[in-house]
Design a protein around this ligand. Structure first.
Ligand SMILES: [Zn+2]
Ligand SMILES: [Zn+2]
Length: 257
């Protein structure tokens, strides 16, 4: 199972033009559908059968409407969008509502739509081609999940957006025996800790507090940093957690599980 990071920034305009949250599993599954999708060709976009959304915020769903529009008439089956009921309801109400964008769950017909929604609940797993994707509840300003991607040999967890004071995330991570890699957001530098708290994100101090609960020693990469503050955030994380050898995740990076 190959994991390809198409976007991991907390906004656009970061290092080397950085893209927002988009992770591709092999060539047919996406976790989040941010601006990282724009690095795929039309042929590559057409191969995407499943999109798993962490939550409904724009940086994680920005390119879903455009992707479905681009590939709908050349595919033989709908793109399946998985997410919490609250996430899918928000997409229906605010994006695919016939005003901002067409409702592709009904277009071109109810019988043969270009997109279908598949609700999931926290803790639920979906098995696709030997890859198990499990939604792990996290703490954000709206309902949100992380995803565990498990090949059977090893697991990678991508946190999506999560704030501090989220013991359920660390409890869930401690239950994953084959956890090899953790991609964890650290959106803000320490000076913006109040803003991190208010917006349901992590800063280096909050990440350090969370990691005190983590028993294993997976490879840890930080993501979703504010463009322009990435170097500062990484410095602050590394100085607080020298023993963890934490690295920055980069667009284009690949992992094999
Ligand atoms: Zn968010
Ligand atoms: Zn975000």
């Amino acid at each position: 199972m190959k994991i390809h990071i198409l976007g991991c920034g907390g906004g656009i305009g970061g290092r080397r033009g950085g893209h927002t949250s988009t992770l591709m599993v092999d060539d047919d599954i996406l976790v989040d559908c941010g601006t990282g999708v724009t690095s795929l060709s039309l042929e590559e976009l057409t191969r995407i059968d499943h999109v798993f959304l962490t939550h409904a915020h724009l940086d994680h769903i920005a390119c879903l409407p455009l992707m479905v529009d681009a590939v709908g008439d050349t595919r033989n089956s709908p793109v399946t969008v998985h997410g919490l009921e609250a996430t899918l309801t928000a997409l229906k109400a605010h994006i695919f509502n016939g005003t901002i964008w067409p409702d592709f769950t009904r277009i071109p017909s109810l019988q043969r739509p270009w997109m279908r929604f598949e609700p999931l609940v926290g803790g639920e797993s979906v098995m696709l081609r030997g890859c198990r994707l499990t939604a792990v509840p996290v703490c954000h300003t709206i309902p949100a999940v992380a995803y565990q991607l498990d090949s059977g040999q090893a697991s990678l967890v991508v946190s999506g957006d999560t704030g501090g004071s989220c013991p359920e995330l660390w409890t869930a991570l401690n239950k994953i025996e084959n956890l090899r890699t953790l991609l964890i957001e650290t959106s803000f530098p320490e000076c913006d800790r109040a803003l991190a708290d208010l917006s349901g994100h992590l800063c280096p101090g909050l990440l350090a507090e969370g990691l005190e609960r983590l028993r294993g020693t997976p490879d840890i990469y930080i993501t979703h940093t504010k463009p322009g503050q990435t170097a500062q955030i990484l410095r602050e994380v590394q100085s607080r957690l020298p023993a963890r050898r934490i690295q920055m995740l980069n667009d284009g990076q690949e992992f094999t599980l």
